[in-house]
Unconditional design. Structure first.
Length: 537
């Protein structure tokens, strides 16, 4: 696959972006504004670096942890998706509900600090700096200037969204860090943070970015990327803790802009899926192997030469695959869905649950030896070349896909209108019909139309688990809805209230309001006394 990679002018930006903690280091001094933003290349370099820093860098995988993104967005769900090897080597993963501001890795670094620092560096040292100076940057055409301001605004919004979902009330910093006085910033409520995010996204929407999928835009942020984030932000703003129900209508509006545009499209099957011999041509295998589809709205780009996806393929195999004549030295079950989540799939009807679609249960090595797994493992990140030869994976991470917009529109329309509508049922049926082996779109839609509002919303949430399982959306959905997956009285997949629910991995405890967010890093609370003040409302 051919991709456009994002290079930066390292010599000019090194001192600008290098620091060990936000609101902790000396102010910018080694680069004067007059020495930078002197050319078109300077302007693009200031924005290009945003593609691989902060929240986007948190997708990068490690040997045992999985990735920063996983433990901030997935493991907090208490074992619904587990890291069976990593939790024995990292106290954070094994006892996530008892995480404190002092919890440390083996090297002594703080876990919450790692979540906080990168995104705030991007906001203050990169995005804010770019937004302050791009209006006067030399060498840019008006269209390029507007584009770069839109991209920088998008990444500031994206990193604020990531931070507010992890920590709750946080400081809003809209200027680059220039003096010691800038470290004293009071927290703002989630509502104010979300409102700032939407302001930035409106700037990005108005920037005239190309209206096409991100891969078709040279893997730069497009209008589709911005609308996808806006739809997700509004959906979450409508839920807990802000509960601004008016945002359901906005979420549906943004999602429908993408659904109704001919520039975007769901991946379709390449053959008749009623014949198992054709399953290799399924939409899900295209999704798994291709990075250049109209369904892709926002991706974290990987490449074997610049930044590869590292250990992601190892998540597809059990830990004892080290003896199976493969190339990686360690196999970490860093993304192993619990049997409860697997119960969300209909094994007889859901194509995604069939062998070598979303999951697999066996592997035959190069000598012909078959290895059976004790339970289904992800097949989603399977890369044969990386596993058997190079150890360098290159499959992009899908942050937003068009399929999610169908589910967002379905949920938001019903929540906004108070009842199940033909339109909402049609959106959900579209996603379910693509995955169904024995039900037509019309049959599924008719069944959905007969559901109560609550049953329909639960069906959407269940479908979000089924469809988006490998995009790591589960904890954010749990937090915004306050619904936790569980078995019902008939041992079928269902939901219970989050507060008071027993985590799968920690059944001796229960979720409380205090466990929705991560604690603030100790270094931040020590250096900024205003963190102790009540958030601005």
């Amino acid at each position: 696959m051919k991709k456009i990679l994002f290079f930066t002018i390292v010599g000019c930006l090194l001192n600008l972006v290098a620091c060990s903690d936000f609101l902790d280091e000396k102010p910018l001094s080694s680069i004067e504004k007059g020495d930078f933003f002197q050319s078109r290349d300077d302007g693009f370099a200031a924005v290009n670096i945003l593609y691989r820093k902060g929240m986007m860098d948190h997708f990068r995988t490690g040997s045992f942890v999985g990735s920063t993104y996983l433990y901030s967005q997935v493991y907090r769900a208490g074992g619904l998706i587990d890291n069976t090897l990593g939790k024995n080597n990292n106290p954070f993963i094994g006892w996530i509900l008892t995480l404190t501001m002092n919890t440390q890795y083996a090297d002594g670094s703080q876990v919450p600090g790692g979540l906080w620092t990168g995104p705030y560096e991007v906001i203050s040292r990169n995005a804010n700096y770019a937004l302050e100076n791009l209006p006067d940057c030399l060498g840019l055409s008006d269209a390029e200037r507007k584009q770069l301001i839109g991209e920088a605004s998008f990444f500031r919004a994206l990193n604020y969204y990531y931070l507010v979902s992890i920590f709750g009330p946080i400081p809003i910093v809209l200027n680059s860090y220039a003096s010691i006085d800038d470290i004293y910033v009071q927290r703002s409520s989630e509502k104010l943070v979300y409102e700032q995010i939407l302001k930035d996204l409106q700037v990005a929407i108005d920037a005239g970015l190309p209206d096409r999928p991100m891969p078709a835009n040279g893997f730069r942020i497009s209008r589709g990327s911005v609308l996808a984030l806006a739809a997700d932000v509004c959906l979450n703003m409508a839920g807990y803790p802000v509960q601004d129900k008016s945002k359901y209508a906005d979420a549906a509006r943004y999602a429908k802009m993408l659904i109704e545009s001919p520039n975007y499209a769901l991946i379709q099957h390449g053959a008749d899926m009623s014949d198992p011999d054709n399953w290799g041509k399924s939409a899900y295998n295209t999704l798994r192997t291709s990075d250049n589809e109209k369904e892709h709205l926002l991706v974290k780009e990987y490449d074997t030469t610049i930044q590869n996806a590292s250990e992601q393929p190892t998540w597809c195999l059990p830990w004892n695959a080290t003896t199976w004549k493969l190339t990686y030295p360690v196999y970490v079950e860093a993304y192993l869905p619990d049997l409860l989540l697997l119960a969300a799939y209909d094994p007889d009807n859901d194509l995604r649950f069939q062998e070598r679609q979303y999951f697999h249960t066996t592997y035959t090595d190069k000598d012909g030896n078959k290895h059976d797994f004790d339970r289904p493992h992800p097949f989603f990140w399977w890369e044969e070349v990386a596993l058997t030869s190079t150890q360098r994976a290159e499959k992009d991470w899908n942050v937003y896909r068009l399929a999610e917009m169908y589910l967002t529109a379905a949920e938001a329309l019903v929540e906004a209108g108070g009842s199940v509508t033909d339109e909402a049922a049609g959106y959900l049926a579209t996603i379910q019909a693509r995955a169904s082996l024995n039900k037509s779109y019309e049959t599924i839609k008719t069944e959905l139309m007969a559901l109560s509002k609550e049953a329909f919303i639960n069906e959407v949430l269940t479908e979000r688990i089924r469809e988006l399982l490998f995009e790591a959306k589960i904890w954010r959905d749990i937090a915004r809805t306050r619904k936790y997956p569980a078995y019902d009285a008939d041992k079928k997949f269902s939901f219970v209230p989050l507060i008071g629910a027993k985590p799968v991995a920690n059944p001796e405890t229960t979720y409380t309001e205090n466990q929705i967010y991560f604690p603030y890093p100790l270094t931040v609370t020590q250096r900024n006394p205003l963190m102790a003040e009540e958030p601005l409302k």
